[in-house]
Design a protein around this ligand. Structure first.
Ligand SMILES: *Cc1c(COP(=O)(O)O)cnc(C)c1O
Length: 373
């Protein structure tokens, strides 16, 4: 017998590093807001999770519909067809690719394959929330480098290195700030990182970069053997709900990450959709163009409302507003879901994903009403 409540007893079962993890706060699902506010799902606009407002490639959708018949079968644990497609598209050997259940899985596999308790992991203030999460989950220690103008301070990263540093997360562009590290600066940084420290370069938004800004890091893999590049099908490819991403790296690192990977971590529909999506350049081009237009629409609208924002290279933008928490609540009440980013140490900001023209217009319209009331 004990006087302790079950909660206390049960939570004590997890080690301190697990209990210290702040749960990931995702964008509110449309169905949840509809329930909470008594709204129609059709009247709700969700601009909260950087999803592709155009949906997915129509060719991929057809392939998925056909593949439904094979759901009773386990997926190919080696993702043969998808591996072949990624290998050809990016000019890397099949042995250099690791597939993940979303690119979050790649980030976690890197942590599980390479980190142990006591190792230090460097990432930026305001960087993607999954970095501290996977770091803490394996008992490693996160080292946060203060941002400069919301961007990564790479000289600060070099200064934060200690003999315990094992891995560095770099988000380029970063979410939720949208900041981009220029190629030359990133390359210069990689040159200065010792070979026994891994650099995980998260390029979830690369498809939204202009031809001049697009990453060249895949071409650097042979020079930097400690580099792991992660990519996703969740953003420009519009497959967020299927969960598929991949990491590109030296084959020896890929071999280690594959050892801790669940054998069937990428389901068969995700493999097929991703394989077909990779060939649909037209869909990616349309998604890029829609994002450029929507970004201009939203940033001009914010400026007209007298609001400042952090110039963004992604498919979202974080803007500054007085009483961000109250404004967020008012937006929700009117059926508009954006993302509060107080948990990113940005309590005065809200992040809005770029949607369709009509969705962006609705967001700006409701925001204007709230600010003027
Ligand atoms: C959205 C996002 C991802 C992608 O996550 P998935 O697991 O692939 O859906 C990865 N990194 C950053 C910085 C992101 O914003």
């Amino acid at each position: 017998m004990s006087d302790l409540s079950s909660d206390t007893i049960l939570s004590a079962l997890a080690p301190a590093n697990i209990r210290a993890i702040a749960p990931y706060q995702g964008g509110k699902p449309i169905s949840e807001l509809a329930r909470e506010m008594g709204l129609n799902e059709a009247d709700i606009v969700k601009l909260a999770s950087n999803e592709n407002p155009l949906g997915m490639s129509p060719k991929a959708q057809m392939a998925v519909e056909e593949a439904i018949d094979d759901i009773a079968r386990y997926p190919d644990g080696n993702s043969f067809a998808l591996r072949d497609a990624v290998s050809h598209k990016y000019g890397v050997a099949p042995s250099q690719i690791v597939f993940g259940n979303g690119s979050n899985d790649i980030l976690e596999l890197a942590a599980r394959a390479f980190l142990s308790a006591g190792d230090e992991v460097i990432y930026s203030q305001h960087a993607f929330a999954v970095y501290p999460l996977v770091t803490q989950a394996v008992g490693a220690t996160g080292v946060v480098v203060p941002a400069i103008d919301f961007g990564h301070d790479l000289p600060g990263f070099l200064g934060a290195m200690t003999p315990k540093t094992k891995l560095i997360f770099v988000a380029n562009p970063n979410n939720p700030t949208g900041t981009l590290i220029p190629k030359a600066i990133l390359n210069d940084f990689l040159r200065q990182v010792p070979k026994n420290i891994l650099v995980v370069l998260d390029e979830a938004y690369d498809e939204y970069l202009s031809a001049t800004d697009k990453s060249e890091a895949i071409g650097w893999l042979s020079e930097f053997e400690n580099l792991i590049i992660s990519r996703t099908f969740s953003k420009a490819y519009g497959l967020a709900g299927l969960r598929v991403g991949f990491g590109l790296m030296h084959a020896s690192l890929a071999d280690l990450m594959n050892r801790v990977r669940q054998p069937f971590n990428v389901n068969n529909l995700a493999q097929i959709a991703a394989t077909v999506s990779l060939q649909d350049d037209d869909f990616v081009a349309r998604s890029y163009a829609a994002n450029q237009a929507g970004m201009a629409q939203i940033t001009q609208g914010l400026t007209q409302l007298g609001l400042s924002y952090i110039p963004s290279f992604g498919n979202f933008v974080s803007f500054k507003v007085t009483n961000a928490g109250a404004v967020n609540q008012a937006l929700l009440k009117h059926g508009v879901i954006v993302r509060p980013v107080a948990n990113y140490e940005m309590p005065d900001y809200l992040r809005v994903s770029i949607g369709l023209f009509s969705e962006n217009a609705r967001f700006l319209d409701v925001l204007e009403k709230i600010l003027k009331s």
